[in-house]
Unconditional design. Sequence first.
Length: 609
Amino acid sequence: MKKELYQDTEGKISPDSLLALLGDGPGEHPEKYKSTHNWVSQLVGQQVKSLMHLRDYLRFAGENTALYGPFASAGFIAKWQEILLDVFVIQPIRTQARIAVKTGTEPDFFIEQNRRTEQKYAALIRHLFGFFMKNGKFDFSRARQTAISGEGRKMLTEYMEEFSWLEQNYSSKGLTRLQAMKELMTGMIILICQQVPAKGRMPFAKRNKDGSPAMPFDKYLEELRIRMENLYNEDAFDIVAFSERTTGGRLGYSPYETAEGSKLHCVKLRYYPLPEGVESNGKVLYMVSPLINKPEIFDLDKGKSVVEGMLREGYAVYLTDAGDPGRDETELGLDFYGKTVHDTYLDLLQKRHPDQEIHIMAYCMAGTLILPYLARRAEERRAQGKKMDIRKVVLMASPVKFDDEDSGHGPMRRVIRAQYDLLLMQELFGEVNIPSQIIDTGMQEIQPGVQYYVCSGFYGRAGFEGAIRDSAPFIYWLTHGTRFAAKAHRQWISRIFIGNQLIRGEYTLPSCIPELDGKPVNMDILGEEGVAVFDYRGERDPIAPAASCVASELWGLVDKCAPDRKTANICVTRGGLNRTIEKNVGHIFVVSKVLLAEYLEIVNEFYRE
């Protein structure tokens, strides 16, 4: 049987015989999931939710013994059951979750175990490939000798058994990060055996439209060699660990300082001084970042920085940094993040730059929240007999429409209704805020297999010079989010994502004007007060679908004669009116130097007009 396993016509072990030892891995199963399926986590999560609701039912029963009449003893029994369930089940789960949030680790035990498996899998790939490395290069002769010798075959078989063991201990299925790592490992086995696999499994191979290989096998092996050497020399098989090590946990290209007097809880305002030799254009740019990501999405790296591009134009650039909310921020809601912060910072900017025009740029949910703020600001200034002082706002992939039909948010809204449990979220995270890992789980629902595609894309580009290190800042930003203040998160879900209050005209904000305080915001006032809205949206954006990024079509200086958004890839309305740019891009287009340069050119034209 061993002889049958090891030998082929050339007397070498074949890649198919080695890969057959793996059995069904994380992505090889009858269901063939098109996304990541964390089935163990989902099963356990449902059980935890059920236990918490049972605990609350028993608590109610125990506190209302009078309802039982002559059977009052049943109420006392329920009270004891509630206490036992809370002490021995709920409290340990809650403690574990809160410790995880405070220490920055994954609160889901099974996902955390998956992460450890990924780390071991990457280390095993590196360990095996290192056996064939000599002076930074892959040694083909050693690989050939290993593939034909009995000892070499035994070694490779042992490695396959170890890979298989790790895969079987992975609790998720479908398009996972481990599946991308398995494909990389498959390519490594093909490179070692130097044979075309009979089943046609050739990861990262370029293919023709009919599915046939677009290159000869020797060319494919050469690309595999370069890819694996680059990944080995950069120690980048584990993309998360690589990003942490390469960036040192620090992001950002442009130097900045914290604006004096801007600290509000953990929120602060960054000021980016003009580079030497650049003259001021006399305008201020107020940039607003989302509440769930590090603000460096605006300033990832040289050539991948909106901040860098706007500084070159002479703007005084300021950027909000929402920080990483702690215990003192749990009860800060959208009134704070969507009103108090902007009131404070815009007042500060007007004092620092008197009589200078202020423009706004906001990304994703920051744009969603800045629009009603500007409308309320316009209402307040009108009530005070003043003209609107901010006339131009640029939105980057900022959704404002949330419904089950046209917006593209229907699938995620259905997931929230089915799986989001307010009691569970409050019980586990109410005092420590919502961790980025929980937000990431939600993002995976609307970006099927995103971890797989990011990892696989990283490996695929590893064959190009400099691509690995070039990706490090973005990978770190993507895998290291910030916490979402608990109350603000609840309100975002209930008022914006499910309530769709902006479109329905029901979104309220506080105000210094008594008759406006707590009342719904009049979004139509943006057009009445001459505010021009610029929308930049992507056709391939699952997080903020193009059909949800329609602020420029609804509010502000809308061009009633503009063509329908579906008739053109790019629709620009000029003459000081709103603008809508729709491109064949995804949510995070700023990582592309080409797309970013194009975006900056159009934005600056809009601001100059």
